[in-house]
Ligand binder design. Structure first.
Ligand code: ZN
Ligand code: ZN
Length: 583
């Protein structure tokens, strides 16, 4: 499978094995001395050819088709040049700070690292980003130890980056990195709400502490033995999102450091954190695995939708703006995943493209990420909190509009099993949301709470930072909403409500309940809180598409009617287009 071109003649820098050997000996002795007496901190010593072959197998099997890795030779790598003086200087400067401890024992370390980096950025047509030096450094050291060819080291590096850092280095802007920060926040909020709130209060966001953790996969924070050990585990776990679970686990295990009186020291604490021993890595890995098991599959679905690890993605910015991972108020749950939880005998896998998605005969040997982890997942029981406003307000309005003799139960869009339905009365009460949460204070770490609203997708279209309730001004029929937003640098104030735009009015009202509920749950340290992304609208349409029964689904259901209308509208538009084309 490997195409080793160990042709080392005609290179700008000559690889002289005679010179290398004494260097290697000093280097290894040095590492041995560095290792602490406790636990197994001699990991670098144990890395041998077999280990590297194992890594190659694991990384190559899934990643090889992405980029063309054929026809690469050592002379190619060693003779690469760049003309941009500024970039050259930046790279040299970074290299001077890379693994200084270990590299001083090898005179050629800097030159080799430099060549590997510039070959990587030129071959992949990307500009240099800091962090690449830290990722490539350990690979150069490995080259010394095992006398590997540059070509092999280069391929290993490419596949390693493609697996865990796909778009971070290649993307011009930083949308995939921003998305990852959003994902870290979601994990932290889901697993340790108190710590999440602590950071929010102190205005500490992941970009302030996790950038180097992500971009270097902890290489700039760890001693060499530790970093090889950690990377070995990452490769074996074969999960692109694992570094994010690892970071979350790392934060939670160190949480005591952040609950100090002085907020200003938190950031210092974060920047000074480092992992010293393999024992520590193991503790974090164990906990990260536990966190992963308790995280809903939708976390992976979201990462897939954001295409962070899709090398070919052209849509990183569009997707980032569509899903706004940094603005999501809790962990989103997608309809496929919801039905996996509520109707697990019908929907077997949250991935619609999986052979096991909706099946009688489950293929246990499936290679699918979700199916593979199905048995492992530690199940948390779920409770659905449904805060749709429909019982009185929307219904009565609809009924009045229709002026027909229709029963409420006929137009009811239904609901899911194990749902607590919150009435308008409860929502409008001054006690909301305390009145509904008080029954669950003892269960807040035992249950996975799924909040359902009508249609969350629209929420994120409102710039909710600028949106405000004018709740004191009650109109005759309901509440007026005020929203200020910026348009061409001018502030415009919009007031709407009543029947002017009924749909928007109800959605905004619901959004406010939704925010209040999430805030209160955060405050009361409820763990495992999520919301149905796309709201009941998407749940309903998913159920219709795959013939799943919803409870009390009315014969003339409002949503079915709405879908029908939308379909007609779509057909009308399409046929219009066709007619136009025809002409
Ligand atoms: Zn599957
Ligand atoms: Zn329906």
């Amino acid at each position: 499978m490997l195409n080793n071109n160990d042709n080392q003649t005609n290179t700008k820098i000559k690889l002289e094995e005679v010179e290398l050997n004494p260097e290697r000996k000093i280097f290894e002795n040095k590492l041995r001395r560095m290792s602490s007496k406790e636990d197994i901190n001699h990991y670098f010593e144990t890395i041998n050819e077999v280990k590297v072959l194992g890594w190659e197998n694991k990384l190559f099997e899934s990643k090889l088709p992405i980029r063309d890795l054929t026809n690469i030779t050592d002379p190619d790598i060693l003779s690469e040049e760049i003309s941009d003086f500024k970039t050259m200087r930046i790279i040299r400067g970074d290299i001077d700070r890379t693994r200084v401890q270990e590299s001083i024992y090898m005179t050629s370390f800097k030159e080799y690292l430099y060549q590997l980096i510039i070959y990587y950025i030129k071959k992949n047509k990307i500009s240099y980003k800091q962090g690449l030096n830290e990722i490539a450094g350990p690979f150069i050291l490995l080259k010394y130890k095992l006398k590997l060819s540059f070509t092999r080291i280069y391929k290993l590096l490419v596949c390693f980056i493609d697996k865990f850092l796909t778009n971070y280095f290649s993307e011009k802007e930083f949308f995939s990195l921003q998305s990852s920060f959003g994902l870290i926040n979601l994990l932290l909020q889901y697993h340790d709400t108190e710590l999440f709130r602590r950071f929010e209060y102190a205005l500490i966001s992941p970009d302030l502490y996790a950038t180097s953790w992500i971009m270097t996969l902890f290489a700039n924070k760890c001693e060499l033995n530790v970093i090889y050990y950690l990377w070995d585990k990452l490769i074996l776990f074969d999960d692109t999102l694992f570094p994010l679970f690892f970071i979350t686990a790392y934060l939670i295990l160190n949480r005591d450091k952040f609950f100090v009186e002085d907020y200003s020291v938190i950031l210092t604490e974060l920047s000074q954190m480092h992992i010293d021993t393999i024992k520590e890595v193991n503790e974090i890995l164990d906990f990260a695995n536990e966190i992963r098991d308790k995280t809903p599959n939708s976390f992976y679905l979201l990462a897939n939708k954001l295409e962070i690890f899709n090398y070919d993605s052209q849509n990183l910015q569009i997707l980032y703006e569509k899903f706004k991972p940094n603005l999501m108020l809790a962990m989103p749950i997608f309809p496929t995943d919801i039905f996996c939880i509520t109707h697990k005998n019908i929907i077997r896998c949250p991935d619609v493209n999986c052979e096991n998605f909706k099946t009688e005969k489950f293929n246990t040997f499936s290679k699918c990420l979700y199916c593979r982890n199905r048995e492992v997942k530690k199940k948390i029981s779920f409770i659905i909190i449904d805060i749709r406003i429909f019982d009185n307000e929307i219904y009565n309005n609809e009924l009045i509009d229709k002026k027909e003799d229709i029963l409420l139960s006929d137009i009811f869009p239904g609901f899911l099993p194990k749902t607590i339905r919150i009435t308008s009365e409860q929502l409008n009460s001054d006690e909301f949301p305390k009145n509904i949460l008080k029954d669950y204070t003892d269960e807040k770490e035992k249950y996975h709470f799924i909040i359902i609203t009508s249609d969350t997708k629209n929420y994120f279209e409102y710039d909710h930072k600028f949106y405000k309730f004018a709740n004191k001004k009650k109109s005759i029929k309901g509440v007026l909403f005020k929203r200020t937003r910026k348009l061409d640098n001018k502030k415009i104030e919009e007031t709407f409500g009543d029947n002017k735009n009924k749909k928007e009015y109800f959605l905004l009202k619901e959004f406010d309940y939704f925010k209040k509920l999430i805030d209160e749950m955060n405050l009361e340290k409820f763990k495992y809180v999520s919301f149905a992304y796309g709201g009941y609208k998407d749940i309903h349409s998913f159920a219709m598409k795959f013939n799943i029964d919803l409870l009390e689904h009315g014969k003339k259901c409002l949503l079915c009617e709405e879908e029908e209308r939308e379909k007609k509208e779509k057909n009308r538009k399409n046929s219009g287009l066709l007619a136009f084309k025809f002409w």
